[in-house]
Design a protein around this ligand. Structure first.
Ligand code: CAA
Length: 464
């Protein structure tokens, strides 16, 4: 049985900090954010928003748009790394909010859990729900997989310039209009690591930034190797001797903690794939230098990062590689459109990859390209760490969905925060009733209990 993404909806908070304002306040060159990281604006949550209400708002949008009733939904999964409870799952809060609109008990049949594995857990949730559909367990019902996060880093840390917030929901079923997953090719890699993690009770993560960048690329490459074996052995794709698996992906969506990380990761994957092919000789001639090798090619990530001479040369080599006509062609045609939303919104952790997919659909369609039949590859990464590579094919009915996509309209009117407002929000100085915006037709947080016997209980309302 087929399974895939039938429709997709987003909810993005309307407050944002502009990269230029951020850079000025932190004494940074704004070009580092805008050009170096590809960050123009970062969405920031209001005092009356948490990841559960971002998720519920996205769910309500997709249900209303598709005129779905709760009976049509068999499963609702929420994937997040911004959990605020160690036991109660975020999907239960989301169901509680949706039942304010659809009636008490309307979702009581609807199974689901909250999944956690840094930014990759949404991909595991998609895979598990696709398999629920493939197994025939769905009995005609749809699954909702919501990825929702607030990417918040310590004040003054290097991660602070890669913040953001938002949620993406995907409606899955056995007759998907947008994308059907390729069966039996989903591949993973996993390793116990401490590149980025958030200990109990801490609101912001502990991050080893450059280590996490390199680990992301290594892990996705390993998952790509496993994916390659599966597509070849399953007969999905037949590779000619001068081809790589990436040649068979019309679009490549990468996890985007910031938009340029997609560029970096794609360059890394393409470089490793092309190295074994006849075309590499021509590339090396165009670059005019040999590919640098670390002092200890079998060393650890730490030893590679500490090898200053190698890092500098490798940086230079990568820059020149990304300027070659051949790489530029791949970048422009397969990745660039997926980065547009990320630079406007920032990091969405679990939701970053899927916001990128959504962005790619809208902006590729706007180029006048017929997307039907195009294969999309996904490179998902979660710190701690695990990667997942999988693919799917855009369906003939895709236009019904994609023709109405309009990122700016869907985000709505935004408000640029002053530095003082940003600091107040970051330091949680405001209570929900002191929110900066008073949104209509949205779920908002009204209260988090502090009394011993009810500590942590959250109340939400739907603002009519
Ligand atoms: N003008 C133009 N470009 C500039 C510049 C300037 N004045 N100054 C710096 N740059 C460029 C740099 O050359 C660099 O570009 P390249 O990557 O192409 O070399 C880019 O801007 C960033 O500069 P640095 O690498 O010096 O930046 P940094 O070390 O201060 O911080 C970071 C970058 C490590 C990503 C940091 O923001 C961070 O720790 N972020 C959080 C962790 C993260 O996002 N990790 C990503 C992988 S892990 C993951 O994906 C899980 C997750 O979601 C968190």
């Amino acid at each position: 049985m087929a399974a895939g993404i039938d429709d997709i909806a987003i909810y993005i908070p309307r407050l944002y900090i502009d990269a230029a304002d951020f850079a000025r306040a932190r004494g940074l060159d704004p070009i580092k954010l805008q050009k170096g990281l590809g960050v123009s604006q970062m969405a920031i949550v209001d005092a009356n928003q948490d990841p559960a209400c971002l998720a519920a708002n996205a769910c309500l949008t997709i249900m209303q748009k598709n005129k779905l009733s709760p009976d049509d939904i068999g499963r609702l999964y929420v994937s997040t790394e911004s959990a605020f409870d160690e036991s109660k799952a975020m999907n239960s809060y989301v169901i509680g909010m949706l039942e304010q609109v659809y009636g008490q008990g309307a979702f009581e049949h609807c199974g689901g859990v909250e999944t956690k594995f840094a930014c990759v857990s949404g991909s595991y949730a998609l895979y598990d729900n696709a398999n629920w559909i493939r197994a025939g367990e769905a009995e005609g019902k749809h699954a909702l997989v919501v990825v929702s996060d607030i990417a918040k880093y310590d004040m003054g840390s290097s991660g602070e310039m890669t913040q953001g917030a938002g949620s993406v929901v995907m409606l899955l079923n056995d007759e998907p209009r947008l994308l059907e997953f390729d069966p039996k090719v989903t591949a993973t890699s996993i390793k116990d690591e401490y590149d980025f993690y958030r200990p109990f009770g801490k609101e912001t993560p502990i991050v080893h930034g450059q280590y996490s960048n390199l680990l992301y690329m290594i892990q996705v490459r390993k998952a790509l190797e496993a994916y390659k074996k599966k597509v070849i052995s399953s007969g999905l794709i037949r590779l000619k001797p001068d081809e790589t698996i990436l040649d068979h992906m019309d679009y490549i969506n990468m996890h985007l903690p910031y938009s340029n990380m997609g560029k970096k990761a794609l360059a890394y994957l393409v470089r490793h794939e092309w190295r074994q092919l006849p075309r590499w000789k021509k590339i090396l001639e165009a670059i005019g230098m040999d590919e640098p090798r670390p002092k200890d090619p079998r060393g650890t990530i730490e030893s590679v990062l500490a090898d200053d001479e190698f890092m500098e040369k490798d940086h230079e080599f990568t820059k020149m590689f990304t300027k070659t006509k051949e790489y530029q062609e791949v970048y422009e045609s397969k990745l660039s459109s997926s980065l547009i939303a990320s630079s406007m919104i920032g990091n969405l952790y679990t939701a970053s990859l899927y916001l990128g997919f959504r962005s790619s659909l809208e902006f590729e369609y706007q180029k006048g390209i017929d997307l039907a039949g195009k294969r999309v590859g996904f490179g998902s990464y979660g710190s701690g760490s695990s990667a997942m590579v999988f693919s799917g094919v855009i369906q003939p009915e895709y236009e019904q969905i994609v023709k109405n996509m309009n990122l700016e309209v869907e985000i709505g009117e935004r408000r640029r925060l002053t530095w003082k407002e940003y600091e107040e929000l970051h330091e949680n100085k405001l209570s929900p009733e002191e929110s900066m915006l008073h949104a209509k037709k949205e779920f908002v947080l009204v209260d988090v209990q502090t009394k011993t016997e009810t500590r942590g209980e959250r109340r939400y309302v739907f603002n009519e």
